[in-house]
Write a protein that binds this ligand. Structure first.
Ligand code: ADP
Ligand code: ASP
Ligand code: MG
Length: 407
């Protein structure tokens, strides 16, 4: 007997026909004794459409009500999928995130799973059901509905797999595994058979949207083997797992990631005294705006002032604007510049540390292509460059071609 969590993304359940195809595939592959939990996303582009709907009413962000709205997408797909299983003669029951026992923080739009009590899931499995859980959502301790951030169904799936000690968490999507770069941007990208949690986490954080970073983190914490594979083919995909389980050589470079959801903010002429950076970033933190790259530079030409440039997700710009208005009004700064046309390109690989030639190679490729680097940041296993969004596809393609040239 195997205990398996299978997650189907939006494109896999975009239409009733696709839902039926998923149901048929699951039933065909299921061995009699297998216990199966299915996590589903909202159908097709439903979440985007719901976001657009809200934007037509207001440009302000209303966390709680937005989550109330967004969570409906997944509720549609779980109900339809449970009906489709029942129509095929297989007992099935659908649960919202809250019903599945998922308790989150009360950070609306980006709730964190704090606790998962899967008793109801266990009971339903024992009673012979396939259990279908709404991805991307949970409930606060006070009973409010929350969502887990875009792509959050991955996290729901891995969290449930961890909580019920599933043998594997299968992420079914519209690509047949993890590639060295987004195959939509780099057609010659290569599929990997395996990748470590650490490298996948870095790829995901740096924009490889195939997995939500928190899902990878959770997989690593609870040691859940994650198999990313295609809904539309039976081919083996990519296993995300611990390094010791991998029988492959240590790769110097694993992939090229891009993040187009970037805005750059520059606060010019800040008094160069203690406390100003603290004020800006604590106000952003209070609004739940995550800051990514930060550069502070002291102006040689003008004493006593400094400039701070930082990046945030473009989708959080309207929340950040409220803080910027406040800073403009309260603090004696010269100006605040916002550029919402930026992107980040990153090279990822656990073997990169200690090979300074790799960074030089990446900068050289950008220079050869006439692409200006605005900010550089590095971690143990990655190098990232902030560039204009209009150049990012070209940058990713050129960097990939250089580092993954046919041996
Ligand atoms: P789902 O709706 O199934 O969750 P997503 O759109 O969230 O699907 O994720 C799948 C997409 O991730 C792919 O279509 C692909 O364009 C994109 N992607 C980005 N980087 C990578 C990568 N390194 N490997 C595979 N896919 C990637
Ligand atoms: N439906 C949500 C989204 O589009 C969650 C997910 O698909 O993982 O972000
Ligand atoms: Mg996704």
């Amino acid at each position: 007997m195997a205990l398996i969590v299978k997650k189907f993304g939006g494109s896999s359940v975009a239409t009733p026909e696709k839902i039926r195809a998923v149901v048929q595939r699951v039933l065909k592959e299921k061995k009699t004794e297998d216990k199966i939990v299915i996590v589903v996303s909202a159908m097709g582009d439903t979440t985007d459409e719901l976001v657009t709907l809200a934007k037509r009413l207001t440009s302000k962000t209303y966390g709680r009500e937005m989550d109330m709205l967004l969570a409906t997408g997944e509720q549609v797909s779980i109900a339809l999928m449970a009906m489709a299983f029942q129509a095929a003669g297989q007992p099935a029951i659908s649960f919202t995130g809250g019903q599945a026992g998922i308790t989150t923080s009360n950070a609306f739009n980006k709730g964190r799973i704090l606790d998962l009590q899967p008793q109801r899931v266990h009971q339903a499995l024992e009673a012979g059901n396939i259990v279908i859980v709404a991805g991307f959502q949970g409930m606060t301790a006070d009973g409010d509905i929350t969502t887990l951030g875009r792509g959050g169904s991955d996290t729901t799936a891995v969290a449930i797999a961890g909580a019920i000690h599933a043998d594997v968490c299968e992420i079914f999507t519209d690509v047949d595994g993890i590639y060295t770069s987004d195959p939509r941007v780099v057609p010659e990208a290569r599929k990997m058979d395996t990748i470590t949690y650490g490298e996948m986490l870095e790829m995901a954080k740096l924009g490889a949207g195939v997995m939500q970073p928190r899902a990878v983190e959770m997989g690593s914490r609870f040691n859940v083997p994650i198999h990313v594979r295609s809904t539309f083919s039976e081919a083996k995909g990519t296993m995300i797992q611990e390094e010791y389980a991998m029988k492959i050589k240590q790769y110097l470079i694993r992939g090229v990631a891009q993040d187009n959801n970037v805005a750059k903010i520059t606060v010019l002429g800040i008094p160069n005294r203690p406390g100003f950076a603290y004020k800006i970033f604590s106000e952003l933190a209070d609004k739940n705006v995550d800051v990514d790259m930060i550069v502070q530079s002291v102006r040689i030409a003008k004493e006593g002032v400094t400039d701070i440039t930082f990046t945030i997700a473009r989708t959080e710009l309207s929340a950040a604007q409220e803080v910027l208005h406040h800073i403009r009004a309260e603090m004696n700064v010269e100006d605040i510049l916002v550029d919402d046309g930026m992107a980040k390109v990153s090279l990822v690989g656990a073997g990169m540390a200690g090979h300074p030639g790799i960074a030089a190679g990446m900068f050289g490729i950008l220079s050869d292509n006439g692409i200006n680097i605005e900010i550089i940041s590095t971690s143990e296993i990655s190098i990232s460059c902030l560039i204009a969004e209009e150049s990012v596809n070209k940058a990713v393609q050129a960097i990939h071609a250089h580092f993954f040239a046919e041996e």
